[in-house]
Ligand binder design. Structure first.
Ligand code: HEM
Length: 180
């Protein structure tokens, strides 16, 4: 027999001061908390031309020592009008007692990445430990990301990638601001 349950009593929060208190281990990554949006530019040597995109990124928590992460992007034209949906990813940012980062990200393109990295102040650098691919996924052998919260509040994300036979190099740079 189906027994109904109440609303989930442990909601996620992406705003400090709302919802559960952040776990003390999350202190080094609190600058990332929030709903961000902005634009970026991408390139890769195998692509005919570079491209522009808009993106929404959310870092939230439920009181435990990890962040929930989700990002959705869509390509835009030079006037900023939407062209088509693009990269989507979701995952978890774990923080260990020595403030190192362990990140797991999954992509709808059949790619799963595990990362290790460090938080230092307002800079967060992670690089892949392993990349796992489904049979139809494009070949990605490693990636590296740097998230920097600038003094003016912008979150800049630089994403380098080794893929389709190319060595590690720039794929994406995104400039984000917290949603008001
Ligand atoms: C903001 C997020 C992203 C955007 C807007 C984006 C955009 C693009 C675009 C426009 C292309 C050209 C092919 C196409 O038109 O679909 C492409 C290719 C590619 N992207 Fe991304 N991408 C994003 C994130 C990622 C991530 C996170 C990865 C790896 C985990 C990745 C791996 C690749 C690979 C492997 C290719 C194929 C290159 C080739 O076959 O020559 N992308 N991306």
């Amino acid at each position: 027999m189906f027994e109904s349950v109440q609303e989930n009593p442990y909601p996620d929060s992406d705003v400090l001061g709302e919802g559960p208190d952040p776990h003390p281990l999350l202190e080094p990554v609190l600058p990332l908390l929030g709903r961000w949006h902005g634009r970026g530019r991408g390139e890769y040597p195998t692509l005919e031309k570079d491209f522009r995109y808009a993106q929404e990124v959310t870092f939230s928590h439920d009181g435990r020592p990890f962040l929930r992460y989700e990002a959705r992007a869509w390509l835009i034209d030079d006037a900023g009008a939407p062209v088509r949906p693009a990269g989507r990813e979701a995952g978890w940012w774990r923080v260990t007692p020595d403030a190192s980062l362990e990140v797991v990200l999954a992509h709808p393109t059949g790619i799963v990445e595990t990362y290790v990295g460090r938080a230092s102040g307002t800079e967060f650098e992670i690089e892949t430990k392993d990349v796992s691919l489904t049979p139809l996924a494009k070949e990605v052998t490693g990636t590296r990301r740097r998230y920097t919260v600038q003094e003016d509040g912008e979150l800049t994300v630089v994403h380098d990638m080794a893929a389709v036979g190319q060595p590690l190099q720039h794929h994406l740079t995104t400039h984000l601001r917290r949603r008001a």
